[in-house]
Design a protein around this ligand. Structure first.
Ligand code: CAA
Length: 379
């Protein structure tokens, strides 16, 4: 067993860190304050092949593994968690199901464009009455002639309004429960499709989160993803991978807050010496270091399992619940170390604290991760 990154993974980490420091970090606080989606970053991310990391080069991807993908999301989130989720939702949720379940025609039409940044992807499962109970969605799809007609609405959709194509679940046979749910690809300009107002969120403010509306929305018959009735399984499998991305995002937020706390503790002088000399601070730093390391091992292990064809549903859930809760604890301690200064917008730990919270909520709350883990353990 090796605990070292491969040469390729190390080089990707160095490249993304440099990009994150120079192109992402300088605008992060301002974009957060302005609730501004960093559209100008998308072509730059595409240029570095960061919008198609874990996909084969033959489709336009970077041909890297999922451990590298986790590293990319971690490094982006270390400086800006909004950019982390934009890339993660695009890659894991908007693109992977097309790669995994798409027909040749769907791959020809969408995949290369998604991987090369010509298109941005998104995933729409959640509805006002169907969050944790993902199967309770009320959006319907009916086949009329050679078109599917969708009616209903979705909520909390990451990349809403900026995505070019949405992977959308809808009920096609309500008598069959989860086996009556199907998945569809909806283009942003489909007739009867519209995007609502952005949510005003506590954190990840530079990312876009919107409702989607389907009012007799017509899409071609061939935009069914997979077979009729496969939508719930497609969504669950997609989320298994997505949770690795969000776990990596949480890890990156924690790492960023941790580094800020270390730096501050060395500079801040009280009682005639840097506060890093105080045991109270040292114990917090030690606890943060242990938890971040444990989270990183869980995140990389889940990604490694995916790379090696091993089961990763439980491992992704474990990584996500632990990394998310670590992220919130670490960001909270990082503010504690900063004292009152940490509570102001002048220090990055305030943003980290707000950003960390969402990782305990989206792509399955921490309670959902525990349901998935317990379900696996008790099976
Ligand atoms: N892989 C493959 N199949 C799976 C699966 C998985 N990971 N999980 C469940 N299934 C299958 C089951 O095997 C079962 O199939 P069979 O009937 O053939 O046995 C079927 O799906 C139904 O499974 P359950 O009975 O376990 O389903 P449930 O209704 O009890 O739901 C749940 C289980 C885990 C709570 C699920 O509803 C869930 O994950 N909820 C949370 C949803 C979620 O994460 N939402 C986030 C949306 S995305 C987002 O956050 C926004 C964003 O853009 C970032």
């Amino acid at each position: 067993m090796k605990f070292e990154l491969t040469e390729d993974q190390r080089l990707i980490k160095l490249m993304v860190r440099e990009f994150a420091e120079t192109a992402v970090a300088p605008m992060a606080a301002e974009n957060d304050r302005q609730h501004r989606f960093p559209e100008e970053l998308l072509p730059k991310l595409a240029e570095l092949n960061l919008l198609g990391v874990p996909f084969p080069e033959e489709f336009g991807g970077a041909g890297a593994d999922n451990v590298s993908y986790a590293i990319v999301i971690e490094e982006l989130s270390r400086v800006d968690a909004s950019v982390g989720v934009i890339v993660s939702a695009h890659t894991s949720l908007g693109t992977w199901p097309i790669y995994q379940f798409g027909s040749q025609e769907q791959k020809d039409k969408y995949l290369r464009k998604l991987l090369t940044g010509e298109m941005l992807g998104a995933f729409a499962l959640t509805e006002p009455g169907a969050g944790t109970d993902a199967a309770a969605g009320r959006t319907t799809a009916v086949l009329e002639g050679n078109e599917w007609v969708l009616n209903g609405s979705k909520i909390f959709i990451t990349n809403g309004g900026y995505a070019d194509v949405y992977v959308v679940t809808a009920m096609t046979d309500s008598s069959k429960g989860t086996k009556g749910i199907s998945a569809f690809l909806v283009d942003k300009d489909a007739a009867g499709f519209s995007v609502g107002e952005k949510e005003h969120k506590m954190g990840i403010k530079a990312s876009s989160t919107t409702p989607l509306y389907f009012s007799n929305c017509r899409i071609p018959q061939e935009n069914l993803l997979g077979k009729p009735g496969e939508g719930f399984k497609i969504a669950m499998q997609t989320l298994d991978g997505g949770r690795i991305g969000i776990a990596a995002q949480a890890l990156g937020i924690a790492q960023g807050a941790f580094e800020a706390a270390i730096n501050y503790s060395k500079e801040r002088v009280q009682f005639g010496k840097p506060i890093s000399a105080q045991q109270a601070i040292q114990w917090m730093i030690a606890d943060m270091a242990v938890e971040i390391d444990a989270a990183r091992l869980l995140v990389y292990r889940a990604a490694w399992n995916k790379d090696n064809g091993l089961p990763y549903s439980k491992e992704a859930a474990m990584a996500k619940v632990f990394a998310a809760e670590t992220s919130s604890r670490v960001a909270s301690r990082a503010i504690q170390i900063h004292g009152g200064y940490g509570y102001t917008e002048n220090y990055p730990v305030e943003r980290a604290y707000r950003d960390a919270k969402i990782t305990e909520l989206y792509e399955g709350t921490s309670e959902v991760q525990r349901m998935v883990i317990a379900g696996n353990m008790l099976r």
